[in-house]
Design a protein around this ligand. Structure first.
Ligand SMILES: [Zn+2]
Length: 86
């Protein structure tokens, strides 16, 4: 019995480590998404202008969306695609 427990110990730690890193990644992505949602502010810039999608950049699996404010020309770069909720 002891042998089995010792044999299970390492895979268990590895599994725990993998599980926690997945959790952290998911949590991190969620936090990231919430931050971007807040920054996006439903497409309204801090100057009260509206962001318009003007470019999409794809680099090694990552996608970046560039939005430009129609009033102050401020750039909003995000990894999430935002749609207007009208
Ligand atoms: Zn603006």
């Amino acid at each position: 019995m002891k042998k089995i427990l010792t044999a299970l110990k390492v895979p268990f730690i590895v599994a725990l480590f993998i599980a926690s890193s997945i959790l952290i990644a998911v949590w991190g992505a969620d936090q990231d998404r919430q931050t971007e949602d807040r920054l996006w502010n439903n497409g309204v810039c801090s100057c009260k202008g509206h962001y318009q999608l003007f470019d999409i950049e794809r680099t090694r699996g990552d996608e970046y969306y560039y939005y430009k404010c129609d009033k102050c020309n401020g750039i909003f770069k995000t990894t999430h695609y935002f749609k207007y909720e009208n």
